[in-house]
Ligand binder design. Structure first.
Ligand code: ADP
Length: 280
């Protein structure tokens, strides 16, 4: 109405039914007489979404990297003081600098994985592989940690189960869940088990660790959510692990569920359509 009354050109961003548009009106004259207005609506929802993802990624990156960067900077400043000569602190700081650098590396990797997912670019590189063997590969990568913590790892996956999925992403899913179980357990058994029904494949990762309070369960898959900030920082968690796991599971048309009891342990269940099983 405004453009008709004022006979003005206008450019404005508008939101209609959840879609964002760049609206432009151009007044049309014939022999110096206003005869009408041309409206152009350009749907810019996906452009704005991409911008939002980029901004969030930068904000997330700076937020997550601030802590380790300031820790490293602080220690480096102390080590560089001309008067510094304490050998014990030197060894301790160097160790901490290494831990913080590894933490930054893992946070960066997690964020890159998640940003790929956010931009809906999860391309699955599908192949057929033996799940039992893959679980053993993950187990091998944690063998030192399992030994250190005296944890028993049981691979109860059917040794003949072949699945058709993205092997790297499956490794990442299992590795994250097993790593969380190790971090949360001071003793006991970590068991991974598979079961097949007519419609689905279920993979269960069960530990006897500290468990998760019922009130926390709805949030653990949220980005940056950590049940215990200080414990997670110690264990090098970014709070992104389960968000990535969930994204990868969903990319395989699967679901992830968790049941847990404080001080008894947790069970993470991955549920996939039966079509993922190759030799069913
Ligand atoms: P992080 O990278 O910090 O480990 P995650 O997204 O993997 O973050 O996990 C989110 C939160 O869920 C963490 O604070 C962790 O303490 C909790 N959590 C995840 N798995 C388990 C588990 N098996 N037992 C107890 N707590 C868990």
């Amino acid at each position: 109405m405004y453009v008709y009354l004022k006979e003005n050109n206008l450019q404005r961003s508008v939101s209609i039914n959840g879609q964002d548009y760049n609206a432009v009106s151009i007044t049309i004259y014939e022999n110096n007489r206003f005869v009408g207005t041309l409206f152009i609506f350009q749907n810019i929802t996906s452009i704005l979404e991409r911008e939002r993802i980029q901004k969030r990624f930068i904000a997330d990156a700076s937020h997550e990297l601030k802590t380790p960067v300031s820790a490293i900077k602080g220690m480096a400043e102390i080590l560089n003081r001309p008067s510094f000569s304490d050998q014990e602190t030197l060894v301790d700081f160097l160790k901490q600098i290494e831990i913080e650098s590894k933490r930054m590396e893992s946070v960066m990797n997690d964020m890159l994985n998640l940003s790929r997912y956010s931009s809906k670019n999860v391309l699955l590189d599908l192949s057929s592989f033996n799940l039992f063997d893959l679980v053993n590969e993950v187990k091998r990568s944690y063998s030192t940690l399992l030994k250190e913590k005296k944890l028993t790892f049981v691979n109860d996956v059917s040794s003949t189960l072949l699945i058709h999925a993205d092997k790297d992403k499956f490794f990442h899913i299992l590795s994250n869940l097993i790593s969380n179980s190790i971090k949360s357990s001071d003793n006991g058994i970590i068991r991974i088990h598979s079961s097949i029904t007519a419609f689905k494949l279920e993979i269960l990762i069960k530990d006897e660790g500290i468990g998760i309070h019922q009130d926390e369960i709805p949030y653990i898959f949220d980005r940056y959510y950590r049940v215990d900030e200080s414990r997670s920082r110690q264990t090098g968690g970014s709070g992104l692990g389960l968000a990535i796991v969930k994204a990868y599971v969903q990319a395989h048309l699967g679901q992830i569920e968790v049941s847990s009891e404080l001080n008894k342990g947790s069970t993470f269940t991955l549920i996939f359509p039966i079509s993922i099983v190759k030799n069913n």
